[in-house]
Design a protein around this ligand. Structure first.
Ligand code: MIG
Length: 666
């Protein structure tokens, strides 16, 4: 059951798709607490949700602020990342409930941080809708929540292949080289992402003609090989009187404005930039149509970046800081307050709260200050693109994933998890973030495999792939000036990398079917163990194993030098210790706690009783995948061969609802 409550004058976020009557009277489960709400957590209580946030699967023990932020240093002490996913799912004693706070500004959470037994949340201002979900277990309530927020975005099937990316591919030759190396090393590949260097002066919807003289031809050549180019689009529009996007946006008056009515300006990669007012439907429609510049060249997928929006500096604040610096430069001895103040002023130029409070959106003729609706911005850019693709590429699915997001934008695109770094802690963070992000509707998601910032190592890269090969978005992406980490770089471990990539492709019949079940039936892809074993207290404690679809449990290795790990089995399972799709040991294990060996070149896959997993022969890309002769891996303790409900389609049409896509495998 879902109950809707309404406070003050909520901003229409369009996050939910169901029109429910407003309830009055007290909110079950919650107690008023100042401007917010409080709940007393039982000793065994677990709190899921908040999507893209630091810390474990269980969010208890920390505090958080949803405030979409270009956070360049990920870590467990951060309070905010790029997305606003204001959904909590609480199990406390016998009580299970979900709460969605539909609010476009900051929401503050204290989840057992100040007091271990107390959950408190409040919105920045008291104008919001609150949805309370009760009357079911974790699995039932998460399904009900997904019905409330609407169907998740479905990418084309080739988006489940491998994407290779790097902030640093600058020319057509660089990109051709990556494809050639993948081929030469017999490694599968479906996508190469193009980072900002393909643009002319970092201006959206332009292509640098000297570095990419014929992007259409490049894209066509690649498509013939089954590889797609996936260019990036940034939120900021370069200020340049010669630039078409800039000209059009100004002429139509679609950019966000300052208090004095002139367009808001902040610098990002292209230098000074304007920011489209994505909250206006007509500005969204216009910006979305601009993607035609690239779809006309045959491009079928995009990633949207910097859309929190990230701001390097505003000219006003830069000037103020430089004036300050000039004054200090006349002194020959800065005391500690002056010195540390100077450092703070300079680093504080980036993503400054004052800048977010200095520009406005236009909503139904009314001016709305950006910081009060900040968390809608990135998701609205995704929506601009997603809505436009319906007319730019009718009947076809277009790949789209974004850095910033809000619940609601999961209907238009996926997300990637931003600028993580190459560390074992971040691999664990990736594992723990996935189920919570998907719980909030973002099914098509993945983190930068091997890590974005800092230098990776071959063992970390391999372990990361051994988890990432199960994620819907499987992308190897790296920051500029980091150690090269394309999978063919790891010469000594190459056979293991190849085997793991081939395993991914062989598992696609299962992974794609389970994704489609999750998307079409509001089911789940990754989820915590407790969702299927709600009455098992040990399952509730597990922070480093995930269920994947109907029949699989994963226990990834995320520790340096580990050749095994502790694994908890809530029920008997069949373990496959895979070195390759056709090279594995299997063992039937009883329920309980185990220590399981797993070499660096192995991955652990657990089959649940009564379930089957269809497996294809490996392929060089999704287009060449042969799904006609499948093997079924299964665990049937009762001797009865389990059937599998499989989804197949052409992978690109938007006709996903047709019943003929489903068949039963025996
Ligand atoms: O300020 O386009 O998260 O994936 O490589 C950095 C360059 C801007 C941030 C993205 C990252 C991308 C990078 N971008």
């Amino acid at each position: 059951m879902i109950q809707r409550f309404c406070f003050g004058h909520p901003f229409p976020t369009e996050s939910v798709v169901q029109q429910l009557p407003v309830c009055t009277g007290p909110i079950p489960c919650l107690t008023p607490d100042g401007d917010g709400w409080r709940y007393t957590l039982a000793e065994d209580a677990v709190v899921y949700g908040l999507g893209e946030m630091p810390r474990g699967i269980n969010k208890r023990g920390w505090h958080y602020i949803t405030n979409n932020t270009d956070e360049s240093e990920h870590g467990e002490n951060k309070l905010s990342y790029y997305g606003a996913h204001n959904f909590l799912l609480v199990r406390s004693g016998a009580e299970v409930f979900g709460v969605f706070i539909d609010f476009p500004g900051k929401v503050y959470y204290d989840i057992g941080y100040t007091r271990h037994d107390t959950l408190i949340f409040r919105t920045e201002t008291p104008d919001y809708e609150l949805y309370l979900l009760t009357g079911g277990d974790e699995a039932a309530l998460s399904k009900e929540f997904r019905q409330l927020i609407g169907r998740s975005y479905i990418p084309p099937k080739w988006a489940f292949g491998l994407a290779q990316s790097r902030f640093g591919y600058k020319t057509e030759a660089d990109i051709r080289e990556v494809a050639a190396q993948y081929k030469a090393h017999d490694l599968p590949l479906d996508m190469i992402c193009m980072d900002i260097d393909y643009m002319q002066n970092y201006a959206d919807f332009t292509v640098n003609q000297s570095r990419f003289p014929d992007l259409k031809r490049l894209s066509d050549d690649f498509k013939a090989e089954g590889i797609r180019l996936v260019p990036i689009i940034d939120a900021g529009v370069r200020i340049d009187p010669e630039d078409e996007t800039c000209q059009e946006g100004l002429a139509r008056d679609y950019f966000c404005k300052k208090e004095d009515g002139t367009p808001f300006v902040a610098a990002v990669w292209p230098g000074k930039a304007y920011f489209a007012d994505f909250l206006r439907p007509e500005a969204r429609a216009w910006f979305g149509q601009r993607y035609h510049v690239l779809t006309d060249l045959g491009i079928e997928g995009f990633w949207n970046d910097m859309n929190e929006p990230a701001l390097f500096y505003s000219p006003e604040r830069l000037k103020a800081v430089l004036t300050n610096v000039a004054a200090l430069s006349r002194k020959d001895n800065l005391d500690h307050t002056e010195f540390f103040g100077l450092l703070r002023d300079v680093t504080g130029l980036i993503n400054a709260p004052e800048d977010y409070a200095s520009f406005y959106h236009e909503v139904n003729g009314r001016r709305v200050r950006h910081d009060t609706v900040h968390n809608l911005y990135g998701g609205s850019m995704t929506r601009a693109a997603g809505e436009a693709f319906a007319t730019l590429r009718p009947g076809k699915r277009t790949l789209l994933y974004s850095r910033s997001s809000v619940i609601g934008s999961h209907r238009y695109g996926g997300i990637w998890l931003g600028d993580n770094h190459s560390s074992w802690a971040q691999l664990l963070a990736n594992i723990q973030m996935m189920p919570n992000v998907q719980l909030c509707g973002f099914l098509y998601t993945g983190a930068d495999l091997c890590g974005f910032d800092e230098d990776t190592t071959p063992d970390l890269a391999l372990r990361w792939l051994e988890f990432g090969l199960f994620a819907p978005l499987m992308r190897n992406h790296a920051g500029a000036d980091t150690r090269p980490q394309e999978f063919y770089r790891f010469v000594d471990e190459l056979p293991a990398f190849r085997a793991m990539l081939r395993l991914r492709y062989a598992l696609l019949p299962y992974l794609y079917s389970e994704f489609m079940k999750a998307a079409l039936e509001n089911g789940s892809y990754f989820r915590p163990l407790a969702f299927d074993y709600p009455n098992d207290p040990d399952a509730r404690e597990v922070e480093d194993q995930l269920l994947l679809g109907e029949g699989v449990m994963l226990a990834p290795i995320y520790s340096q030098n580990a050749h095994g790990r502790a694994v908890y089995l809530p029920e008997p399972m069949k373990l496959l210790r895979l070195r390759a799709v056709d090279d594995y040991d299997e063992e039937i294990l009883p329920a309980g706690h185990h220590y399981i060996r797993c070499g660096l070149d192995e991955v652990l896959l657990f089959l649940r009783p009564g379930h089957a997993v269809p497996v294809a022969k490996p392929a060089v890309n999704t287009a060449r995948l042969d799904e006609t002769s499948l093997t079924l891996w299964s665990f049937c303790p009762d001797g009865q061969r389990p059937a599998y409900r499989m989804y197949t389609d052409d992978g690109v049409s938007t006709d996903c609802d047709k019943p003929e896509h489903w068949k039963i495998l025996h």
